[in-house]
Structures are given as structure tokens and as C-alpha cells.
Design a protein around this ligand. Structure first.
Ligand code: PSU
Ligand code: MN
Length: 304
């Protein structure tokens, strides 16, 4: 038995067959500083409600898998400094031993599917790190997209990653990478990268239909929807590129490895841009929440 705990709002939505959007918690504990992390988590949830769906932020708290958090739980996670980062490899052990931890994209997908939630909004996914040919650092998020049937809305991958290699791995794994409303693959802080997205869709209804068709074909994985950052929030690549180089070389100099790599880089980029990257990050997460709500509303109209 899984010690599963639904927030009342999520439980009611499930019973009534209303659209639900899953949200991860690693973005709160390891992706943004306090207090902006908690403020953002709240406004992402409200944005989803304003767009006709119910938010379900996912985390493990004292051995319980929570699908939807209270205000107090969000605040506590946001303030905590030593919270575990739980991916596919860690989530079962954490629940089994009464642990507390924030779920990454991979672990949030696992929990969402278990709870019957088909759509998940976040900021950026993990991917293939630069230099992965030596470090072998490839996020478990990519494998998860290949095996867990959840549609994930993100703003592409950060330039801390190797984007061409990330696309190659997703192609190998058979993960549909769909750019929303444009041909180019979005690159997190920039609306466009130099890469063309393998697929393009201009309509949330088509994204929902494609999700259902994968299910009908018996394909196990999910879809990655890459939604470009709003134009007014974009940061030019030229501004960020020296900062990213600096963060990467500091990570190498300090011997940062394993699951510490991504949080280390995100934190250094926030510090070095003096908050500008954070502002953009918040804008794109809210934008992804809107699209995810729309996709989830469309999904409720197509029988499973
Ligand atoms: N990329 C971001 N912001 C984030 C993350 C990635 O732009 O907050 C977090 C997500 O939770 C993602 C995780 O699932 O980092 C990936 O970690 P790793 O690279 O260690 O797999
Ligand atoms: Mn990694």
C-alpha cells in the first residue's frame, strides 16, 4: 500500500472528473530561492485555478506521498534547507523510510500517473549535461518521459545543458518533443534556440488528442511540450552565456557531481544575474501553467 494523501481540492476534482495539473516540488526546494519559491508556487497554483483546472503540487512529507499541498506545507518546504531531492531512484526508499523530499520531474511524473493525473507543468526539465560524453550526466527525467504517460509542459531546457544531445537522446527514447506555436525549439530564457523542434502544435486540443492517441496505441511514455517564454520576459542568450560558462567552470572546480550539479548551477546563475534570471523563470512557469491547464481541460473532453 502506498501512503497516499490527496489535498481536499484534488480529491474533489478527481471524483468529479475535473481537470487536474500536477506540479513538482524540486523547483521550490532546489530551483528557486526563498521567498520567491513559495510566492511562485502559490501563484502557479492560482493561475491553474484561474484557467479552469485544479493544481496538485507533489512532494513526500514524513513518508506520505502528497498529491496537493496545503499553504503551510508549501511554506515549510520552501523554507527548509536540507530537503532531499527525489528522483525515480529515490522516491520509493523515501516513502518507505518515512522520509521527506521534493520530487523532480521524473518523480513527479511517477506520482502523477499513479494518481491518475495526465498533465504536469514545470519550468525546465533535466537533460544531457554539457560534457556528458565524459561525465555520463544525463537526467533521469529523459528516461521517465520515455516510460510514464504524462504530458509535461516546460519552456525547453536551460543552456546549462547540451540541447542538441538532449534532443538526440529524446529521439532515441521515442519521446515526442512538441514546440507550441512555433517551429524552433524554445531554450528556456530564450523563445528560440538554433534547433528545430521535431514536432509543432499550435493548439492545446491537438496536444490532448496526441496524448490520447499514444494511449490508444499502447505507447508507454509521455510527451514533452516546449512552450516559449513570453517575449517580454526573455533574456538575450548573449547576456547569459558568460554567466553560464562561469557557473559551469565553478561546478567543475568544486568537483560538484551527481544530483548536486543542477541545483548548484541554478543557484549560481540566480546569484550572478542578481535575480534577473529568477524573474524570467517565474514568468515562464506561469506561462506553462496556463498551457497545461488548457491541455488538461481538453483531455477531460476526450474519453480515456
Ligand atoms: N531545470 C530547471 N529548473 C529546475 C530543475 C531543472 O530549469 O528546478 C529541477 C527539476 O526538478 C528537474 C531536476 O527534474 O532539476 C533535474 O535534476 P537532474 O539534472 O539532477 O536530473
Ligand atoms: Mn544529473
Amino acid at each position: 500500500m502506498i501512503p497516499l494523501h490527496y489535498a481536499p481540492e484534488v480529491e474533489a476534482a478527481k471524483a468529479a472528473g475535473q481537470p487536474i495539473v500536477a506540479l513538482e516540488s524540486t523547483i521550490i526546494t532546489h530551483g528557486m530561492p526563498y521567498p520567491q519559491n513559495v510566492e511562485t508556487a502559490r501563484s502557479v497554483e492560482q493561475t491553474i485555478r484561474d484557467h479552469g483546472a485544479v493544481p496538485a503540487t507533489i512532494a513526500v512529507i514524513k513518508g506520505q506521498l502528497h498529491i496537493g499541498l496545503t499553504e503551510a506545507q508549501l511554506e515549510e518546504l520552501g523554507q527548509a534547507t536540507e530537503v532531499a531531492k527525489l528522483s525515480r531512484a529515490d522516491i520509493a526508499a523515501s516513502i518507505a523510510t518515512g522520509g521527506t523530499g521534493a520530487t523532480t520531474v521524473a518523480a513527479t511524473m511517477i506520482a502523477a500517473r499513479y494518481a491518475g493525473i495526465e498533465v504536469f507543468a514545470t519550468g525546465g526539465i533535466g537533460g544531457v549535461h554539457r560534457g556528458a560524453e565524459l561525465s555520463f550526466d544525463i537526467s533521469a527525467d529523459l528516461q521517465e518521459l520515455a516510460q510514464t504517460a504524462v504530458t509535461v509542459v516546460a519552456a525547453g531546457a536551460k543552456a546549462i545543458l547540451d540541447l542538441p544531445k538532449t534532443l538526440e537522446v529524446l529521439e532515441t527514447l521515442g519521446v515526442p518533443v512538441i514546440a507550441y506555436g512555433q517551429d524552433a525549439l524554445p531554450a528556456f530564457w530564450s523563445r528560440v534556440s538554433e534547433l528545430k523542434a521535431p514536432l509543432r502544435m499550435d493548439d492545446a486540443a491537438d496536444i490532448a488528442k496526441a496524448h490520447r492517441m499514444r494511449g490508444a496505441l499502447g505507447l508507454p511514455g509521455g510527451q514533452l511540450i516546449t512552450n516559449p517564454i513570453p517575449a517580454e520576459a526573455e533574456i538575450p542568450a548573449a547576456t547569459l552565456s558568460p554567466i553560464i560558462e562561469q557557473a559551469l567552470s565553478e561546478a567543475a572546480a568544486h568537483g560538484i557531481d551527481g544530483k548536486s550539479v543542477t541545483p548548484f548551477l541554478l543557484n549560481r546563475i540566480f546569484e550572478l544575474t542578481e535575480g534577473a534570471s529568477l524573474k524570467a523563470n517565474i514568468a515562464l512557469v506561469l506561462n506553462n501553467a496556463r498551457l497545461a491547464a488548457e491541455i488538461s481541460r481538453n483531455l477531460t473532453e476526450i474519453p480515456r
